[in-house]
Ligand binder design. Structure first.
Ligand SMILES: [Zn+2]
Ligand SMILES: [Zn+2]
Length: 331
């Protein structure tokens, strides 16, 4: 992987040209860098979390004009014909063209995107915050669309990384009581979580999570969101829920198969729900939360480097969210 000078990409009909301001480094980018992500089709520019300003519009573009501050979905073009695309569930389309995987993505100065997959930023949202729109949309998908989390419910979030923090923030925003479960290395992020309104953070190496949850609830939490992909966390999720509770699985496990406590699934009527990526309706919810001022994803930014120093960011052990910075646009 290296920094290269390339031509400014041309707008196809329906495309806008975005001058990237900030791009977030996702776990997927780190896996691609290490050659562990099979969906990446090289050569390609990585990155799918970004904010920027439109500098040109292609033929037929009606929704945007030069100067608009935007962010965009990670799907450049869905197939448009499969059963999922018909319902705008582009996250499930098996033939989608995604940025940073099979189309040049966000770690470049200029990037093209189909106007239908671009979102105009609310005025109160900084470009720096907006670069985390994609993980935020993953969180609205999981918490609001898959989990249907309601005000007054208690949610246990496993994993204090970028996704875990976004999930916690969205759950707080919908009025849930949130307990964030992590390890001692997550200590600095517990501080961020508390600023975001998370009621309780639990260092599982020092405290018994189940005891904490039981002391705060009537027989257990309503929802557990597993964002770490760690098998022990998944196993623990069954013990923090009351009967009839639901587990939302977002983290990816390393192996193909993991132990499943079927006895608890059946006897306690636990629902296990998968949540993958985000779709247009999740983006609408993310933008609405942004506009409401209830979400400040910027708090999850832990590092910012110019694009020339990408290697420093990629080689630093993951700790929350990292940014590659392109241009500050005066912010
Ligand atoms: Zn991502
Ligand atoms: Zn499709």
């Amino acid at each position: 992987m290296e920094v290269q000078e390339v031509e400014i990409p041309k707008c196809e009909p329906g495309d806008v040209l975005i001058k990237v301001a900030y791009a977030g480094i996702c776990g997927t980018d780190l896996h691609a860098y290490k050659g562990e992500y099979s969906r990446t089709k090289f050569p390609v520019v990585l990155g799918h979390e970004l904010s920027g300003v439109i500098t040109a519009v292609g033929e037929g573009v009606t929704k945007f004009k030069v100067g608009d501050r935007v962010t965009c979905e990670s799907t450049y073009k869905p197939c448009g014909t499969c059963r999922y695309c018909k319902k705008k569930e582009y996250n499930l389309c098996g033939h989608r063209i995604g940025i940073g995987t099979n189309k040049d993505g966000a770690f470049e100065e200029y990037m093209t995107m189909q106007e239908d997959r671009v979102w105009k930023l609310p005025d109160n949202v900084s470009l720096r915050s907006a670069a985390i729109s994609e993980p935020l949309a993953c969180a609205t998908h999981s918490v609001m669309e898959i989990g249907n989390v309601q005000a007054g419910e208690t949610v246990v979030v496993f994993g204090a990384g970028a996704i875990g923090l976004m999930v916690a923030q969205v759950a707080v925003a919908v009025g849930a009581t949130v307990i964030l479960a992590g390890l001692t290395i997550d200590e600095p992020r517990f501080g961020i979580a508390k600023e975001m309104g998370v009621q309780r953070c639990v260092d599982q190496m020092k405290e018994d999570l189940v005891e904490v949850v039981m002391s705060m609830t009537d027989g257990g939490a309503d929802v557990a969101v597993e964002c770490s992909g760690a098998v022990p966390a998944f196993a623990k999720a069954f013990d923090v829920l009351h009967k009839g509770g639901r587990i939302i699985q977002m983290g990816l496990f390393k192996g193909d198969s993991i132990p499943m406590p079927w006895e608890k699934v059946v006897q306690n009527e636990i629902s296990i729900l998968g949540s993958r990526s985000q779709k247009p309706s999740s983006w609408q919810k993310a933008m609405d939360l942004f506009a409401s001022g209830k979400i400040v994803p910027e708090k999850a930014v832990t590092m910012e480097v110019p694009v020339e120093e990408w290697k420093e960011a990629f080689d630093t052990p993951p700790s929350g969210k990292k940014f590659i910075k392109f241009d500050d646009f005066g912010e």
